[in-house]
Ligand binder design. Structure first.
Ligand code: SF4
Ligand code: SF4
Length: 172
């Protein structure tokens, strides 16, 4: 199953992904239209020191947000694995239980509404808007094992070329 994965070192914090997400979820389909409509991006870019970190729903198995939702609006599709509170007969009432349950802070309030807003996986698009828009290739829509393989290849090349990153837990 493909998912959105982040090459952190390639992210420059330009926010194009977030703007493209807003555009994709707006009625106009454009960035300026989304701004006028007040449609926010569902991928959030947080700064950790100088490093921007794109954060979006991981569509986790056994998602805490699904378990916390009292109305049953938040559901996980058994085929795609996507977690969403949209398109179901059960309505979101804006109790924010899912917001409190998500360990990633990946759910936000829809502007001016009692409605939880999160990544819906861009249904109908072959590639999610955030991934497609990133000018630096910092976001990938791929199989987990293919992402991991790319990481291993990069590490192996770095070890041979003397540019391998410091191993985890070696600092301080
Ligand atoms: S919103 Fe948070 S808890 Fe729910 S599936 Fe996404 S990452 Fe998991
Ligand atoms: S805010 Fe909406 S989706 Fe979230 S737990 Fe409450 S009813 Fe469910």
């Amino acid at each position: 199953m493909k998912t959105v994965l982040v090459y952190l070192e390639k992210c420059y914090g330009c926010l194009t992904c977030s703007l493209a997400c807003g555009a994709a979820h707006s009625s106009s389909g454009t960035i300026t239209g989304a701004m006028q409509e007040g449609v926010p991006g569902r991928i959030l870019v947080e700064a950790a020191g100088k490093q921007p970190v794109p954060i979006l729903c991981r569509h986790c198995e056994g998602a805490p947000c699904v378990g916390a939702c009292m109305t049953g609006a938040m559901q996980q599709d058994s085929t795609t694995g996507l977690v969403s509170n949209e398109g179901h007969p059960q309505a979101c009432v804006g109790c924010w239980m899912c917001v409190m349950a998500c360990p990633y802070g990946a759910i936000i309030q829809a502007p001016g509404a009692r409605l939880a807003l999160k990544c819906d996986g861009c249904p109908g698009r072959e590639i999610p808007a955030c991934v497609e828009s990133c000018p630096n290739g910092a976001l990938a829509y791929e199989e987990v094992n293919s992402f991991a393989e790319a990481r291993r290849r990069s590490l192996a090349a770095g070890l041979v070329g003397g540019t391998a990153p410091e191993a985890c837990g070696q600092g301080g």
